[in-house]
Design a protein around this ligand. Structure first.
Ligand SMILES: Cc1cc2nc3c(=O)[nH]c(=O)nc-3n(C[C@H](O)[C@H](O)[C@H](O)COP(=O)(O)O)c2cc1C
Length: 194
């Protein structure tokens, strides 16, 4: 059986640490990752995580042949076509801008195009939305995507695990994404009655 391939997109919403941890976990699980970073996503990777270069070594601290960097502007990429076999796509974090683009049916960059392809092929699209507060436009866009088959998963960590560190909060969100992808993990996300 072919190895599992997944698209991870990073957009210009705050929350770049979620993306780094997600890529780390997916790579450790042996998935092949196609990474697309919007220009503002790249800026926030720098501002929030000190990442200046988009490659496996810089993102997860080790080299990997399982991470392919895709050009945000390249609409001739195989990912722009439904004929390329991909298991699903996670947009982490997802800005209101990209959310709106997908909801409007735009495909003017590789993130919105790949998201559109993911939906039309009835594959898993997980949107880690990050904005607060939200406007009626944002809410309508989220509803539109959910009705089209996407999973809207706001970057909203729970506190019932009694997190001590920022890493604990990041792990909570990433653990829930892995749950949605059906990937086993040991990140602390489970509610346990005391
Ligand atoms: C420091 C900073 C933080 C931002 N955080 C958010 C955010 O959390 N959510 C959001 O929707 N937009 C946020 N933005 C605005 C987006 O970056 C902006 O709308 C951009 O056009 C998004 O483009 P993209 O979707 O192509 O990445 C932020 C911008 C900056 C400079």
């Amino acid at each position: 059986m072919a190895e599992k391939e997944i698209i991870v997109a990073i957009t210009g919403a705050s929350g770049a640490p979620y993306a780094l941890r997600l890529i780390d976990c997916l790579e450790s699980n042996g998935l092949k990752i196609h990474l697309i970073v919007s220009p503002m996503g790249g800026k926030l990777l720098t501002d929030e995580c000190g990442i200046n270069k988009i490659d496996a070594q810089s993102l997860i601290g080790r080299s990997s042949t399982n991470i392919t960097i895709q050009n945000y502007q390249d609409l001739t990429s195989p990912l722009a076509s439904g004929s390329y076999p991909i298991q699903g796509m996670v947009i982490c974090p997802c800005s209101s801008n990209t959310l709106g683009g997908i909801a409007a049916g735009l495909g003017d960059n590789l993130i919105t195009r790949a998201a559109h392809v993911t939906l039309k092929e009835s594959r898993r699209l997980i949107v880690i939305y990050r904005e607060m507060p939200v406007s009626a436009i944002n809410l309508e866009n989220m509803l539109k995507l959910q009705r089209a088959g996407a999973v809207i998963c706001p970057a909203s960590p729970g506190f019932y695990t009694k997190p001590n560190t920022i890493d604990d909060l990041v792990d909570f969100v990433v653990g829930r994404i892995l749950d949605l992808l059906g990937i086993d993990h040991v990140l602390k996300t489970r509610w346990q009655q005391r």
